[in-house]
Design a protein around this ligand. Structure first.
Ligand code: IPD
Ligand code: CA
Ligand code: CA
Length: 273
């Protein structure tokens, strides 16, 4: 399923679907804040990859409500079993809590991320940051917004003036070595700075509103970047996979940036380099 907001088949969806999903994401984000007083972290896959009851409860609540908004829709989600893929007529791609390590450590950088693809075409993206009360939304062909105001990717002309975000998957092997090597190459360029804040969906939204000029991460789940990728593209940015090819829901990695620096960023951080 290619993530490319071009004009093609558009399934009939309610006019106010974006508003309803946005309000659900806000409710889910406020729920996460309310869980912070009592966080119990369990290890999913080693000590780095955590899950809390808040991840699970939030995902259940969000999926139940989304099913009501679009009956018959399928889910690609992080915590419970998925029942859909890129061929589904309507597919919700959900990360109920992106930034679980931050959440567990009391670091206020996490969000709720909800994307919708219709017959393989991304249609809606909603990301809510409850700590800043920032709501990022996009609908295909209608631009991207932050708290209702249209947003645009950075206008900075080149990598030298750029701040680039990145992230490390939970795997501690080759991916870390390659990510650190790519960061070194970026510093050699040189760039203005590197950031690693720990929520891929917010990293993408920060590209969309021009805080970061670009962002890359070598391994992700579809729920980490599907909504954010539409928000970046609708804000005028470019997204590709880690080798500069078309981004797909199953790519499992991303390079996102303003159009001005995308080719240079891909040249420097391409995984296959
Ligand atoms: C993680 C965050 C992090 C990224 C990891 C993701 P999670 O998601 O987005 O920034 O570096 O690769 O898995 O586990 O907190 O939902
Ligand atoms: Ca995530
Ligand atoms: Ca998550």
């Amino acid at each position: 399923m290619e993530i490319n907001p071009s004009e093609s088949t558009r399934m009939l969806i309610p006019d106010d679907l974006l508003a309803q999903v946005a309000s659900l994401a806000q409710e889910a984000g406020e729920f996460l804040l309310s869980c912070q007083a009592n966080v119990v972290a369990n290890e999913k896959d080693g000590a780095h990859n955590l899950v809390t009851q808040a991840d699970i409860d939030c995902e259940r609540m969000v999926c139940q409500r989304l099913q009501g908004l679009l009956p018959g829709s399928k889910f690609l989600r992080e915590e419970e079993a998925s029942d859909g893929d890129g061929n589904s007529a309507a597919l919700w791609v959900i990360d109920p809590l992106d930034g679980t390590n931050n959440f567990v450590h009391g670091i206020p950088q996490f969000c709720v991320s909800i994307g919708l693809a219709l017959a393989g075409q991304l249609e809606l993206g909603v990301v809510y940051d409850p700590n800043r009360r920032e709501l990022f939304t996009a609908q295909r062909g209608q631009g991207a917004r932050l708290n209702g105001q249209l947003i645009q990717v950075s206008q900075r002309p080149d990598l030298q003036h750029s701040v680039i975000g990145t992230g490390f998957y939970y795997d501690r092997g080759d991916l870390v070595t390659r990510t650190l090597a790519a960061i070194q190459r970026l510093f050699d360029e040189p760039i203005r700075g590197i950031r690693r804040f720990g929520s891929a969906a917010l990293d993408l939204c920060w590209v969309a509103c021009g805080r970061y000029d670009g962002y890359f991460e070598y391994r992700l789940g579809p729920w980490d970047y599907t909504a954010g990728a539409l928000i970046v593209q609708e804000a005028g940015g470019r997204c590709s996979d880690r080798d500069g090819q078309a981004l797909r829901v199953d790519s499992g990695n991303v390079i996102a940036s303003s159009p001005q620096i995308h080719a240079d960023l891909v040249r420097i951080v391409a995984y296959s380099r």
